[in-house]
Design a protein around this ligand. Structure first.
Ligand SMILES: Cc1ncc(COP(=O)(O)O)c(C=O)c1O
Length: 388
């Protein structure tokens, strides 16, 4: 379907009552699921919940193929909530310091694995495990960034880069094996998975160099831990943008994917794949302050990360609409310039820069299938939850 026809179809399907809405094109969503399955090769796929933020859609992905197994969650309160709803195999992708939730977990640690990379994390967890006479399962986060003179090609997350840095952690784990059990290793190569490279030869070169380095590093750390007697159940790696390279690593047992389902704008610029823009939001036009300038109600849904124009929502449908550089996307109003004539009350569709964050601004997602809105699914926010 051409983009103009898509605009008509979305507008008619939503109807006049729903002028501010979040819409999921179900055909595109399914195409994205199929593409992820293909790109992940033989690896199991863990779903990054932060990039989906809807229980019904998480279930839909899990039920679509047995290759999807488990979730990567982003807070402990969220993990506990998802477990209550029946989700299993929850790997909390980030270290936490939420003592109230930790106490709740200590009373029943089943199905949730915690992330660690420092001795301080281990000491905190040991304290709670001992107090509640229980055992936590843990995953070690390792750093996979490439350090060059004056440049870190990667992110600052884990403090563990080399197997030589494992000693203090390993000694502590061995000493406290009654309460702490290391079951997995995770390394997230953000500089491969989250950095677009289309038309950027220098980035491509850096990626190639980084991939060959991080492969060796991950393999060495995993081997060291196994040699020391830790029977690892999984080795997790990657994200939407790195499936091709992460899935080739023999020591990796599973890859993580989140953003690839919705297909946000920041994932347009990759050489090795292209994702369908499945999730879009629309806002009503409420003003026409000058010829070819239209103002939408709302719109300031700016994505996290280093601030810049690429973090703003992008006008998507109809074609020929752009934000104004001196106004951007506003808290209550967003003026745009359009090459075609539009009318007050008409919707304008946008794409968010990232995947799950937009769900914090909407209670439900309207599912667009066979030219109709067939049903709605709730976002986390629509279920009254707000985790970060
Ligand atoms: C630990 C970890 N794994 C995987 C991912 C990949 O998520 P996505 O596929 O949404 O980019 C992320 C994203 O930030 C992450 O933090």
């Amino acid at each position: 379907m051409s983009e103009n026809n898509l605009y008509q179809a979305y507008t008619e399907a939503l109807g006049p009552k729903r002028t501010r809405a979040l819409l999921l094109n179900h055909d595109y969503w399914q195409e994205n699921i199929q593409q992820i399955l293909k790109r992940a090769g033989q690896k199991k796929i863990r779903i990054a919940t932060k990039s989906v933020r809807s229980c019904e859609l998480l279930k839909e992905v899990l039920n679509s193929s047995s290759q999807f197994q488990g979730l990567m969650t982003y807070t402990l309160a969220e993990s506990l909530w998802l477990r209550e709803k029946g989700f299993k195999d929850l790997l909390l992708g980030y270290p936490i310091w939420d003592l109230e939730a930790l106490e709740r977990l200590a009373k029943n640690p089943q199905d949730i694995t915690l992330m660690v990379d420092r001795l301080e994390h281990l000491k905190l967890l040991q304290l709670y495990a001992e107090r509640f006479n229980t055992k936590f399962t843990l995953c070690l986060d390792i750093d996979l960034s490439l350090d060059l003179p004056g440049l870190r090609f990667g992110v600052f997350r884990s403090s563990v880069q080399e197997d030589t840095q494992l000693k203090a952690l390993v000694d502590y784990l061995q000493e406290h094996a009654r309460h702490l059990e290391l079951v997995g290793v995770m390394g997230y190569e953000a500089q491969i998975a989250g950095v677009a490279d289309k038309g950027k030869p220098l980035i491509k070169l850096l990626k190639l160099r980084s991939i060959s380095q991080l492969r060796k590093r991950r393999e060495k750390i995993v081997k060291t831990l196994k040699d020391l007697g830790f029977p690892l159940r999984f080795v997790n790696g990657g994200g939407t943008g790195s499936l091709e390279s992460t899935s080739l690593e023999s020591c990796v047992s599973e890859v993580t994917v989140g953003s690839g389902f919705y297909g946000p704008k920041l994932f347009d610029g990759y050489t090795q794949f292209s994702i369908k823009p499945a999730l879009t939001f629309c806002l009503p036009i409420v003003r026409n302050p000058a010829p070819s300038i239209y103002t939408c109600h709302g719109g300031g849904y700016v994505a996290s990360g280093m601030s810049g124009v690429d973090r703003l929502p992008s006008p998507y449908l109809p074609q020929g609409v752009k934000l104004l550089s001196f106004e951007g996307a506003g808290e209550v109003q967003t003026p745009v310039q359009s090459t075609t004539s539009l009318s007050l009350g008409a919707p304008l569709f946008f794409r968010h820069a990232k995947a799950g964050e937009i769900c914090e601004h909407f209670h439900e997602i309207h599912i667009f299938k066979n030219q109709l809105i067939t049903h709605d699914v709730k976002t986390y926010r629509g279920e009254g939850q707000c985790f970060l």
